[in-house]
Design a protein around this ligand. Structure first.
Ligand code: DOR
Ligand code: ZN
Length: 350
């Protein structure tokens, strides 16, 4: 299908980093312009680990939404060694917390408070299964002996398989999958398992890390993989299977934190997210399936109503700025200084 205009139900972002304070104020408008709702990651410092913290963070997010835009933050809790079953039931009862995020300790940005072994939090997972609160999984092992490009596959074998066997009714989102192995794993599960796919993993393979030199702005976790994996992700995202849905993992870092000796993981895509997904779906010849992936599958998995407002995109190229403001610094967005072929015409906020 080839077209110059896309008219879709307003999408949602099922995996987003909004940060806090002045950084939050800088980035929220990019997302609110494009997405009705987002699952907001809890990896602040300190982490969003209690219902009280999640509700307070939600208020700060709402206060930062630019006037005239509507946006609904869907809150998550950070699974720590201190998380209790009582907190899980309180989270469910709050009506504002929609999932719990598992970061393997040390796997990525602000993951020091994470859990090193899921087996140590089985009582909490039991409570989640009972309360029907989904577990969002950063699926990478942290063992330094495992090659960084193999950490997702190893996680599946060592952790996902036992998790599914032990908690068959726990709903799990395998976040930001990056490999054909993860696609196959999800396809082999029942309706309890889904996966988010980022737009950078749909558009880039690991060559983008070394394109004429080291490219720190393409460094993220999980790291970009080989072309064969990118193709498997693109096939999954555009294949119409409702278990795969949009989650940008847009992760703003100040430019100087990306350019440091030990640069942060994260790619900022919120400034052009739905436009870049359109580009990826067009590459697959499947623009007709963008709406399901971006606007329906995630809402259905989370058992939330689908949006009714619409969004129109058209094929009109624009140049991404070299930087976008990020608090007192700047952030280098994906495609900085280059073109994105799709533009938003009508992002009705209604
Ligand atoms: O690239 C990433 N950045 N991956 C993550 O898992 C975390 C995120 C961040 O918070 O910066
Ligand atoms: Zn993330």
């Amino acid at each position: 299908m080839s077209t110059d205009r896309l008219d879709i139900v307003r999408p949602d972002d099922w995996h987003l980093h909004l940060r806090d304070g002045e950084a939050l104020a800088s980035v929220i408008g990019h997302t609110a312009r494009r997405f009705a709702r987002a699952i907001v990651m809890p990896n602040l410092k300190p982490p969003v680990a209690t219902v009280g913290q999640a509700l307070a963070y939600r208020e700060r997010i709402l206060a930062a939404v630019p006037a005239g835009m509507t946006f609904e933050p869907l809150m998550t809790l950070y699974l720590t060694r201190q998380t209790t079953p009582e907190e899980i039931f309180a989270a469910k009862a709050s009506g504002q917390v929609f999932a719990v995020k598992f970061y393997p300790q040390g796997a990525t940005t602000n993951s020091a408070a994470g859990v090193s072994d899921l087996a140590t939090v089985y009582p909490v997972l039991e409570a989640m299964e009972q309360a029907d609160l989904p577990l969002l999984v950063h699926g990478e092992v942290t063992d330094p002996a495992v090659d960084v490009f193999d950490r997702e596959k190893t996680f599946i074998d060592q952790h996902m398989v036992p998790l599914r066997a032990r908690f068959p009714n726990l709903r799990v989102v395998f976040e930001h999958i990056t490999t054909a192995d993860a696609v196959q794993f999800v396809q082999a599960q029942d309706k309890h398992v889904a996966a988010t796919i980022t737009v950078h993993h749909l558009l880039l393979n690991r060559n983008a890390l070394f394109d004429g030199g080291v490219r720190p702005h393409h460094y993220c976790a999980p790291v970009l993989k080989r072309e064969q994996h990118r193709r498997a992700l693109l096939a999954a995202a555009t294949g119409g299977d409702a278990r795969f849905f949009l989650g940008t993992d847009s992760a703003p870092h100040p430019r100087e934190a990306k350019l440091a000796d030990c640069g942060c993981a994260g790619i900022f895509t919120a400034h052009a997210a739905i436009e870049l997904y359109a580009e990826a779906f067009e590459e697959a010849g499947r623009l007709d399936r963008l709406e399901g992936f971006a606007s329906f599958h995630g809402a259905d998995f989370y058992r939330l109503p689908r949006n009714t407002a619409r969004m129109v995109l058209e094929r009109r190229a624009w140049t991404v700025p070299d930087t976008v403001p990020l608090g007192s610094s700047v952030c280098v967005p994906m495609r900085a200084g280059s073109q994105v072929p799709w533009s938003i015409v009508d992002a009705s906020a209604g």
